[in-house]
Every structure is written in structure tokens, then in C-alpha cells.
Design a protein around this ligand. Structure first.
Ligand SMILES: Nc1nc2c(ncn2[C@@H]2O[C@H](COP(=O)(O)OP(=O)(O)OP(=O)(O)O)[C@@H](O)[C@H]2O)c(=O)[nH]1
Ligand SMILES: [Mg+2]
Length: 301
């Protein structure tokens, strides 16, 4: 896999700093630290409101669930999933790591924990890491729970219920995100199966595209449950929107890694960003690098 290169002068030092901050050092445990390639894998963050389908999408992309099924009712901190077989651990907001048992995730404190680190052998994780974020609209969840992590994402898939898509609360949160993310993010309208007529589905997509112009690379419909039960490659999988979604994600990952767009016309018929800016490598640093004053704490030092 081609490694990230800093694309613009001035980014090189920051990117090195960010990469070195993220190098997990685990002297207390026997597992090997992540290899260099793993450090450079693009990170795809799954965001959206409570119950919008983030974890379902994570399962879809991985081929099966990375977490025990019984944790769905538990409010979790961001879950960062990478390829590998290492034991899971939590990273506190102070950067301290602690081994955990996935069967006891309900004991993980949402407030004191920056994120949960878990490892999985799904083939797709050879190309990118996944960060499953907690729902943004949970009133019990302070914004810094996900804000702490977002600066470590290269791509966002924002999940929004098709039946009530793109609420003001979603627009408000997305408006606070690093603008560099917009051109590499997808707005996924989940639960499309709940809108029965094709005409109504088309209307929702059109409305959301018009309301989110310039905010996402693409607005895409999906019926995640249909895709999960269909299995990859089947006709139902394609009808669910999964084929197009996976293709778009692969394209974005390729773009982050190489600094080049793979398919220049991949945005046809969809809300799009200014591609004059997108096509210049300078406009797309390999990793979102924040000014020092807003840079989050080192995650894993
Ligand atoms: N019919 C239908 N149900 C869906 C779809 N996507 C998700 N669901 C269901 O919606 C519920 C919530 O999905 P999750 O994937 O847990 O949502 P989430 O965004 O991870 O939720 P939080 O982590 O609690 O914020 C589950 O019961 C899913 O089975 C979809 O496309 N169609
Ligand atoms: Mg979830």
C-alpha cells in the first residue's frame, strides 16, 4: 500500500508529529505495537445522530460485528477498529491505556475514556481503519467525546435517517467540523427501505442534496439491513446501495492515500464540492492537521 506523503510544504513537520503522537506504545503488554503501515492507513469515521445506523454500517463494512452484539444498548466512547489480532484496550482522556474485556464493555466510562481500541481480521481493514462514533444527539454525551477523535479522521460517513434526514442538529454539528473533511465525506441516507415509493426516495435525496451543497462529496441512499441480510455481491446487495457505497469509500480511501482522485466523474448526479480545489494535492493534506491551539491531546503516547 502506498504510504501517505505530506502534500504541501508546511504539513510535513505536523504530519510527522501527528504520526508519532499516534504510535501506540504498550510496554505493559505483550502484543506487538501496530506496524508502520497500520499507522498510515486512512481512517473512516462513522458519525451521525443516535441510532442512525453507524454500528450497522460498521458491521456491513467489516463483514461481521467487531463487538459483541449485546453492547448495542450500551453508550460507548468512539470505537477505533484496526486490522490485527491484538487484545482490545481503552485509552483514557489522559492517554493511559488499559486492557479490557469486550464482554465487559458496559464498564467503560464514556466520560473518562477517549476511545476504545479493538482489532479485527476483516479484509477491508487492510485498506482503512474504522472509527465508530457515538451518536451526536445524545444529551448525556458531551460534544468533546467525538470532537476529541474527529481530527484523526480522513474520511467521514455521516449517517442520517432517510425519513427525517439532515436535521438542524446534524447541520449544526457538521458545521463545526474541519472543512477539509467535507470534500472527502459521504452523507449516507440510511433506512431508505422505510420510504416505500421510488418517487418519495428520489425526493428525499434531491432535497438533501440541495440542502447540503458543498458539505459532502456525495449524498447516497442505503438500506443497511437489506445489505446485511443480502450478502456482498448479490443483487439485493446492489439494490441496497451497498455496491455504490463501497465503491465510493474505496475511491475516497485511494484518494487519501495517493492524493489523487481515482474517477474524475464520480460525483455525477450528486451534491458535490468544488473539485478545482479537490484535485490539487495541496488542498488535501494526508492527515487533517490542526493548528496547535486546537490540536487534540496525543491519543496514544
Ligand atoms: N430498516 C432499517 N433499519 C436500520 C437501517 N440501518 C440501521 N437500522 C436499525 O436501526 C437501529 C440502530 O442502528 P445502529 O447501527 O445501532 O445505530 P447507531 O448509529 O450505531 O446508534 P448509536 O450508536 O446508538 O448512536 C438498529 O436496530 C438497526 O438494525 C436501515 O438501513 N434500515
Ligand atoms: Mg452505534
Amino acid at each position: 500500500m502506498i504510504s501517505h506523503e505530506p502534500h504541501a510544504e508546511g504539513f510535513a513537520e505536523d504530519v510527522d508529529q501527528v504520526v508519532s503522537q499516534e504510535t501506540p506504545r504498550m510496554p505493559m503488554r505483550a502484543e506487538a505495537p501496530l506496524d508502520v503501515e497500520a499507522q498510515k492507513r486512512p481512517r473512516v469515521a462513522l458519525m451521525g445522530e443516535f441510532s442512525a445506523g453507524k454500528s450497522t454500517l460498521s458491521n456491513l463494512l467489516l463483514g461481521n460485528s467487531a463487538l459483541p452484539v449485546n453492547v448495542t444498548a450500551t453508550q460507548l466512547p468512539p470505537v477505533w477498529i484496526s486490522k490485527g489480532a491484538q487484545a482490545p484496550y481503552t485509552v483514557s482522556v489522559e492517554g493511559e491505556e488499559q486492557a479490557i474485556n469486550l464482554e465487559e464493555l458496559e464498564k467503560v466510562s464514556v466520560h473518562g475514556t477517549s476511545h476504545i481500541r479493538i482489532f479485527h481480521d476483516a479484509p477491508r481493514l487492510a485498506d482503512f481503519d474504522l472509527i465508530d462514533m457515538p451518536g451526536i444527539s445524545d444529551p448525556n454525551m458531551a460534544a468533546d467525546v467525538w470532537q476529541r477523535m474527529i481530527h484523526h479522521a480522513d474520511i467521514v460517513i455521516w449517517c442520517s435517517h432517510a425519513t427525517q434526514a439532515w436535521r438542524q442538529s446534524e447541520a449544526a454539528v457538521w458545521g463545526t467540523m474541519p472543512k477539509e473533511l467535507y470534500e472527502r465525506s459521504i452523507l449516507l441516507l440510511t433506512r431508505m427501505d422505510k420510504i416505500l415509493s421510488e418517487r418519495d426516495q428520489g425526493r428525499v435525496i434531491k432535497r438533501v442534496e440541495s440542502e447540503t451543497k458543498g458539505l459532502f462529496r456525495k449524498v447516497m441512499p442505503a438500506s443497511l439491513i437489506k445489505a446485511l441480510t443480502a450478502g456482498e455481491g448479490s443483487q439485493a446487495w446492489a439494490e441496497s446501495g451497498a455496491t455504490d457505497l463501497v465503491s465510493e469509500v474505496n475511491g475516497l480511501v485511494h484518494e487519501v492515500v495517493t492524493g489523487k482522485r481515482r474517477e474524475p466523474n464520480a460525483v455525477s448526479g450528486a451534491a458535490s464540492v468544488n473539485h478545482d480545489a479537490v484535485d490539487t494535492p495541496k488542498a488535501r493534506p494526508a492527515r487533517i492537521v490542526m493548528p496547535t491551539r486546537v490540536r487534540p491531546r496525543p491519543l496514544e503516547s
